[in-house]
Design a protein around this ligand. Sequence first.
Ligand SMILES: Cc1cc2nc3c(=O)[nH]c(=O)nc-3n(C[C@H](O)[C@H](O)[C@H](O)COP(=O)(O)OP(=O)(O)OC[C@H]3O[C@@H](n4cnc5c(N)ncnc54)[C@H](O)[C@@H]3O)c2cc1C
Length: 380
Amino acid sequence: MAAPLGLSEEQRALLDLVKDIARREVAPHVDEWERDAVFPRPAFDALGKAGLLGLVYPEEYGGGAQPNAVYLLVLEELASALLSVGLGASVQTLTIFPTHAYGTAEQKARWMPPACAGEWIGAYCLSEPGSGSDASALVTKAEREGDSWVINGRKAFVTHGGEADYYQVLARTGEAGPAGISCFFVPADTPGVTREKLEHKMGMRSSPTAAMLFDGVRVPEGHLIGEPGVGFRIAMQALDGGRLGIAACSVGLARAALDAAVTFAREREAFRKPIIEFQGISFMLADMATQIDAARALTQEAGRRRDAGEPFATQAAMAKLFASDTAMRVTTDAVQVHGGYGYVEEFPVERYMREAKVLQIVEGTNQIQRLVIGRSLGRD
Ligand SMILES: Cc1cc2nc3c(=O)[nH]c(=O)nc-3n(C[C@H](O)[C@H](O)[C@H](O)COP(=O)(O)OP(=O)(O)OC[C@H]3O[C@@H](n4cnc5c(N)ncnc54)[C@H](O)[C@@H]3O)c2cc1C
């Protein structure tokens, strides 16, 4: 990666620290974690201890008080080492958002420091077996009983499901549609919280994705975040930030694929010369490099808008759409550059290609990103 412009000494040191942790705590274990579907908790412990899991949140709650632009470069670095870790750090940041943006002072003081320190890993439960893109159709219910809420329902595709220490659960407390949804903080050890099924995925196997059952789960009144009925707004705002994270992870994954492709193309010979000397290959690499830099620029610009307090939802959708499509294209081309070696597990590019696909799906499919962008064009 070209050295990012405009970073302070402290921020450069932070990125060096991330690279160091990725090299020591992640890179040596990637093959084993992915082969055996091991959740890399030790990596998250190390990131938490280094203060890298709550980077954008205020220091008084254990955060790093860093701008989004820096946080997104950190995610890029982590995802270039292993997507499960980059995406996991992004999900962790997303699960802290509801408490930070809508929680009471007491909720923030109780729940944010352990999450920022990585002592608690979080999960975000919006999708259900019958509702993904149309999230406001969710049917998981929360009913008030005395001074508690009782939650019943099923959540689908929960990242960190079964490994998390807490779940941010979106549940229906009122009328049909978005206005009847509320957000709850549910500790994982609450009776009735069960992992029903661990999904076996195309890629990113070290990131657990699970179907979760919430069966008569009773939480105190104080575990409702925000007012009843604002849950959908919380969920959508959390996703705006989450999409920036997915965009940054996409850039990191694409960068790893480009690095692998360039290394291979310099070493592999055909017709008595390195294949990088064939224009058919070097033009492909040139396009990959250009698309990656464009994806990073779009992602950074959306992050800067957020840092400046400007509306950024449309730019986050654009960044997620462009960067994840770039990751898919670049990883596919990286396989092509490797020829037959691209299709075997000895080289990492087949894994990168399998991992890239999920980035076009999570936190709103790329059709939904186009819907968000298109709607913004229809407004004043
Ligand atoms: C590995 C993984 C991790 C995930 N982690 C989480 C998580 O932590 N928390 C969580 O809540 N969810 C999570 N998800 C769920 C993810 O957000 C959903 O899969 C995604 O939002 C799509 O929902 P769906 O799968 O129900 O597809 P559907 O909504 O059923 O969509 C099916 C197809 O129809 C298209 N489509 C739907 N509506 C429209 C429309 N209006 N216009 C055009 N096309 C449309 C979609 O783009 C898609 O191609 C995860 C998913 C995966 C695969």
